[in-house]
Design a protein around this ligand. Structure first.
Ligand code: COA
Ligand code: MG
Length: 301
């Protein structure tokens, strides 16, 4: 497994906003397809009622075969393997060719490897390139958090780890609050392990559908912590999230200026210098380069 100590992500695909769509609701899937979101998560797990699981599977398969999703990535979230439904979900949905699979409530590396192997066998049968169908997982239980090291390094198909704050609170016996200190350790741990293994880190949902300033503040905190994207649950959350995870014109200009000044000082033999009253050295250059890399990934440079 390739890993980078400077926080460089090995994953190419940009996933800033990822919108959940209940898998049994064809009307919402149609609507979501026209929004231009980076990624859509067609959901068979908690977004589909217990008596609608079969309906969700077949609706998602039908939607993947018939709807034009434009530039949006088409992800399908299966039920946990332990529910007994997960592999049946895969059997119905894989033949409709999603771009990736999302596995909830992952607690061990073996669970990731089991799903990945199942997908590999499907790819081989279909004559598809091995590893083309990507894998993203949720860590959202206490056991998942303490096993992050093994989970993050478990499989080359894995592109990212998603943080499920609401489920984690249930698993901890904690109380969900707006400041979010009850989830802070897990939120920090997840982004750290993801970075150590070159994976994307996707932040938890913001449940208040009408509080856009709160959503923006929460997204900014996640971005500042190192998260690369955030889950959305309603179309109106997509644009604010996408914007927070796209470097602004000012941030890009500042990163370019710092990078140029760094090159000039390096060639004159100075590793440390002052720019706008602040010290600049190698870690600041790396941060500026990460801003430029994110801007390139978002198609802005
Ligand atoms: N994806 C696609 N379209 C959605 C959507 C979603 N997640 N949420 C709402 N919409 C659509 C509605 O169908 C409606 O479309 P219309 O104007 O063409 O009729 C429009 O956006 C406005 O929706 P609104 O009336 O404000 O919300 P709602 O009452 O229809 O739905 C929720 C509210 C919370 C039920 C809905 O947003 C939802 O299902 N979100 C996803 C929740 C989920 O998947 N949770 C599990 C993972 S945490
Ligand atoms: Mg969950």
């Amino acid at each position: 497994m390739t890993s980078f100590s400077n926080g460089t992500r090995r994953v190419e695909r940009v996933r800033r906003a990822l919108l959940f769509v209940p898998g049994d609701d064809l009307k919402k899937i149609n609507k979501a397809a026209g929004l231009g979101v980076d990624s859509l998560i067609l959901d068979m797990e908690d977004g589909a009622a217990l008596n609608r699981k079969t309906e969700a599977r077949t609706t998602i398969a039908q939607a993947l075969r018939t709807i034009d999703f434009g530039r949006s990535e088409r992800l399908a979230r299966i039920n946990p393997l332990e529910s007994g439904w997960g592999l049946d979900d895969l059997n119905i949905v894989l033949p409709a060719h999603p771009d990736g699979i999302v596995v909830p409530k992952v607690e061990t590396e073996e669970q990731v490897q089991e799903v990945s192997l199942f997908i590999t066998q499907f790819e081989k049968r279909e004559g598809m390139p091995e590893g083309g169908i990507r894998l993203l997982i949720f860590v959202e239980t206490a056991k998942g958090v303490i096993n992050l090291r093994q989970i993050a390094g478990s499989d080359p198909r894995l592109d990212g780890i998603m943080f499920g704050g609401e489920d984690l609170v249930g698993s901890l016996g904690a109380v969900r609050t707006k400041p979010g200190w009850e989830i802070f350790y897990a939120r920090s741990a997840l982004v750290t392990y993801a970075a150590a293994f070159g994976l994307q880190a996707i932040d938890t949902i913001y449940a208040d559908l009408h509080d856009i300033p709160g959503l923006i503040e929460d997204s900014r905190l996640a971005q500042q912590m190192g998260y690369t994207g955030k889950l959305a649950i309603h179309p109106r959350q997509v644009e604010p999230i996408t914007e927070v995870f796209t470097p602004s014109d000012e941030a890009i200009a500042a990163a370019r200026r710092l990078s140029e000044a760094f090159q000039t000082h390096q060639s004159s033999g100075a590793g440390v210098f002052e720019l706008d009253g602040k010290m600049v050295d190698m870690p600041m250059l790396r941060a500026a380069e990460r801003v430029l890399a994110r801007a390139r990934a978002a198609g802005k440079v």
